[in-house]
Design a binder for this molecule. Structure first.
Ligand SMILES: Cc1ncc(COP(=O)(O)O)c(C=O)c1O
Length: 487
């Protein structure tokens, strides 16, 4: 056993050994029956005489904390725990507490992201089965070689300049966001982009307005930065600008594809929001997480392009168009914020992994990203169209689809006699993974279902919706008799 003993100074070395082992026995780190290291070995490791160690061991034996077995060595004995020592130990541990706001910020179970129900209708998960792994493996293995020590490749916390230029071109073409490499900072996903923005703009207690309902990690993140987070209701045109609190310093929105409801923010609402922000000196974060996948309709201009006052920070991610586990995203910020944001990246994270950036650059430059997006868009469109068709024909009594033509999910309001939680439980029991809309609300309100189609294979869509249909009908039937009894 590699027992950890630290000796300080020169005085009472045997006593130090005795006290440290005693405390390990009393607080349970050493358990009865465990052998102590042979005295000769411990003496050698600690560079003390063997007598020093045996002196310490003798005191343990004398106190009944260890016993000597002839020919076998010294072993820990079951000791009556010393209540005083234990209490002191616990008191020490319990005195160390996180700041109160961390008490209700929770992390999902480790299998949350890797668990795959047989029919996976959870939102926000792309189809990782169709990713071009071979090409990515080739690019990453080249990238690791190219970035190893001695490669001479400079490291910028803002990210690889060539990658930032490639992203500027990519969003210029796909989203009409006109920027240069200098306006972009590479981040570990949108999540880190929001963290950096919060650090740079917020003082404790400042107000951040987010959409209600909203992606919960956004709420948790700003709360963890000490902000007051206010949920502002959305209507079919997007966030209700008339409900925004005047004290807000940041407004976070998902205008291209409201998460989780799915509709775009109307042009009028976009203009109202920008005007509101300009009048109050507020920063607007535009989260454009999945609009590379569009299946119809004309995209509205991003807030970033409509903004003439330099108020909008645009954030994007490769989690949906490539793989969520990559943890690569980016932000586009107004010039006056860039130096501080680059410093925020540096102090929290130094820089995003260089090999991943180099591989991603290759992926974009070889045309593989564009090709993968084209392929996935075709695939997702089949799923999107089929799901909308089924929801609007077979679920007419129970669900009302919220029109949406982009991304990886479509949502639907539940009718008054649908108990969404019961449906989700039943669906889970037959292998359908689903998340209710209520999970994303900050206040009570109408419930519904989010139907994600990134993770489910195209060939499984019909079966999954059959099972969902049956789960809804069974839960309605199950609810009926009890209602009759109360009537
Ligand atoms: C609205 C929204 N923003 C951001 C993200 C996460 O982005 P990232 O993986 O880049 O942190 C998600 C993930 O599901 C999302 O739904």
């Amino acid at each position: 056993m590699d027992l950890h003993v630290t000796l300080t100074g020169r005085g009472d070395l045997g006593g130090q050994i005795y006290r440290q082992i005693k405390s390990a026995v009393l607080d349970g780190r050493l358990t009865p029956g465990q052998p102590l290291p042979p005295s000769r070995e411990l003496a050698r490791r600690l560079a003390v005489s063997r007598n020093t160690v045996t002196g310490g061991y003798d005191r343990l034996v004398a106190e009944g904390l260890a016993e000597s077995r002839v020919g076998a060595g010294i072993f820990v004995r079951a000791a009556a725990p010393d209540p005083h020592r234990r209490a002191a130990g616990i008191a020490q541990v319990t005195a160390v507490r996180p700041a109160p706001l961390w008490a209700d910020i929770t992390v999902p179970a480790p299998d949350f992201f890797t668990y795959a129900p047989p029919y996976d209708l959870r939102p926000g998960i792309p189809d990782v089965r169709l990713f071009p792994y071979e090409a990515w493996r080739r690019l990453t293995s080249q990238a690791y070689r190219a970035t190893s020590i001695g490669s001479g490749m400079p490291i910028d916390p803002a990210g690889l300049p060539e990658l930032r230029a490639a992203i500027a071109r990519h969003i210029g073409v796909s989203r009409a966001v006109r920027v240069t490499a200098e306006d972009i900072i590479i981040t570990q996903g949108i999540q880190q982009a929001l963290d950096m923005v919060g650090r740079v703009l917020l003082r404790p207690g400042d107000c951040v307005a987010i959409e209600n309902p909203c992606y919960p990690l956004v709420r948790e993140l700003f709360r963890s930065l000490g902000a007051e987070v206010v949920g502002v209701d959305v209507d079919p045109e997007g966030m209700r600008v008339d409900l925004l609190p005047d004290r807000a310093r940041i407004v976070y929105v998902t205008p291209s594809h409201q998460f989780p409801l799915g509709m775009p923010m109307s042009l009028g609402r976009r203009q109202d929001l920008l005007e509101w922000a300009r009048d109050r000196d507020v920063v607007v974060i535009e989260d454009d997480y999945d609009t590379e996948f569009r299946y119809g309709g004309r995209p509205l201009q991003p807030l970033h392009s409509l903004d003439s006052a330099g108020r909008v920070i645009y954030v994007g991610t490769f989690s949906k168009v490539m793989l969520p586990v990559l943890r690569v995203g980016f932000l586009v910020a107004p010039a006056p914020l860039l130096t501080a944001l680059r410093a925020a990246k540096y102090v929290t994270d130094w820089h995003s992994p260089q090999p991943v950036q180099v591989a991603l650059l290759g992926f974009i430059e070889e045309g593989l990203l564009a090709k993968h997006i084209r392929r996935m868009r075709r695939e997702y469109q089949i799923r999107h169209d089929r799901i909308v068709e089924l929801l609007t024909t077979r679920f007419t009594d129970t669900l009302t689809v919220i029109p949406s033509a982009v991304g990886l999910h479509v949502s639907a309001w539940a009718g008054p006699d649908v108990d969404v939680d019961a449906v989700v439980t039943r669906a889970h029991a037959v292998g359908v993974g689903l998340i209710p809309l209520s999970r994303f609300r900050m206040t009570d309100g109408p419930d519904g279902l989010i139907v994600g189609y990134g993770a489910i294979a195209t060939a499984e869509v019909d079966r999954a919706l059959d099972l969902l249909h049956a789960s809804i009908e069974e839960s309605r039937t199950a609810a009926r008799p009890s209602r009759d009894i109360h009537a």
